[in-house]
Design a protein around this ligand. Structure first.
Ligand SMILES: O=C(O)CCC(=O)N[C@@H](CCC(=O)O)C(=O)O
Ligand SMILES: [Zn+2]
Length: 366
């Protein structure tokens, strides 16, 4: 048994290092983002404590905090991640709000939840990443090529380990979820949308799609191949219901209109509280479903798109249209119409520059 001593009526410390009371910062502020940004590389110590409302809190690393109810027979393991891209601030603010509510004992938690603030140094920098795009380094990609040669690769490996610790510590029938929250670089014809990672031999879940719809995310993209994203890692290795969720356009910290995320926050809170989610029946009329038909990679440094920088995500182009040029060749639209998402010509050679989409129907779903 770890020694338990009382720091206050609210928080009991169970992992003791009297010299370094990092937890005091958290106890006072109830602001895990502030603690994380004060220690962007690592925490001087990990620690754990219990709240008066019988929630166990464990801080595993900078940006990594787990909440577990001690008075409930929990069945769900929920991962909420943000800041896998450091400049995508709305999800950071949303997650921090939920963490503060939990630390303030304002949420009667009935399910386990792990929050991950992906790339704290990139938040400080106000950039998508420092050395390398973290969301291309999962599913073991951090060890390919040059190996663990930069902080993002090291962080990807650690984040995988935390996901494993969180999911694998529970036995029996569990419902695992991972919602990896992002915002998009450009404006989109569908403001909020989710990428459903490729599932080999598994259909996509209508129930999960209606959960997202209730969160205000009514557009779903079914990926057509394995990737090295965070959500694919959890989906593939732990059979979690995992998504990359785009909550709108990127804005600097503090400039997000948080009223646009009320539905998302309410649904996540209900999920954590173990409440009946009262999801509507599956209804195609409420949804926009797309299948990724092509991921266009960059092969040459001179890659350029033929459309303007302010063209929105989900803009459709007709068959034969020249989408891009590189190495003296043209990249053309192949289907009758293809919609584009995430165009970015500035990625390194070898990486994805754009996803091309066509409409999807119900046959992929169960
Ligand atoms: O707006 C953009 O161009 C990028 C937004 C973003 O970060 N999207 C994710 C999607 C990941 C996935 O395909 O599941 C990314 O590019 O990592
Ligand atoms: Zn992102």
């Amino acid at each position: 048994m770890p020694v338990v001593f009382e720091i206050s009526a609210k928080i009991k410390l169970t992992s003791i290092n009297k010299e370094k009371f990092v937890f005091h910062e958290l106890k006072q502020s109830k602001d895990f983002l502030a603690l994380t940004l004060a220690h962007p590389q690592y925490l001087p110590e990990t620690f754990e404590f219990e709240l008066d409302n019988l929630i166990r809190v464990e801080v595993w690393d900078t940006g990594v905090i787990m909440f577990e109810p001690l008075n409930a027979k929990h069945t769900k393991d929920i991962v909420l991640s943000c800041a896998v891209h450091g400049n995508e601030t709305a999800p950071i603010e949303l997650c921090n709000d939920l963490m503060t509510q939990l630390l303030s004992e304002n949420i009667a938690l009935k399910q386990r939840v792990l929050f991950l603030i992906g790339n704290p140094p990139a938040i400080h920098n106000g950039t998508r990443f420092i050395d390398e795009n973290l969301n291309r380094l999962f599913n073991g990609a951090y060890s390919r090529g040059e190996g663990l040669c930069n902080p993002e690769r090291v962080r990807a490996q650690k984040l995988e380990q935390y996901i494993d610790k969180f999911f694998a510590s529970q036995s029996g029938e569990r419902h695992r979820m991972h919602y990896d929250l992002h915002t998009a670089i450009r404006a989109s014809k569908h403001e909020k949308f989710a990428i459903y990672p490729y599932r080999a031999n598994r259909k996509y879940s209508k129930q999960q799609i209606m959960f997202l719809e209730s969160c205000g995310v009514n557009t779903i993209l079914f990926h057509h191949e394995p990737t090295t994203t965070f959500s694919y890692f959890s989906s593939e290795n732990y059979h979690a219901d995992a998504f990359t969720i785009e909550l709108g356009k990127v804005f600097p910290m503090g400039q997000n209109d948080m009223t646009r995320f009320i539905a998302m926050k309410e649904m996540l809170t209900l999920l954590m509280k173990g409440k009946d989610l009262q999801l509507p029946d599956f209804d195609m009329k409420r949804l926009n479903l797309y299948q990724v038909c092509r991921s266009i990679n960059k092969h040459f440094d001179d890659f350029e798109f033929s459309f303007a920088n302010d063209v929105e995500n989900f803009t459709a182009f007709p068959k034969g249209f020249t989408l891009a040029k590189e190495g003296g060749k043209e990249v053309k639209i192949e289907h009758e119409f293809e919609s584009i998402v995430f165009p970015n010509a500035k990625v390194p050679v070898g990486q994805r520059t754009v996803l091309c989409l066509k409409s999807a129907d119900e046959t992929l779903l169960e």
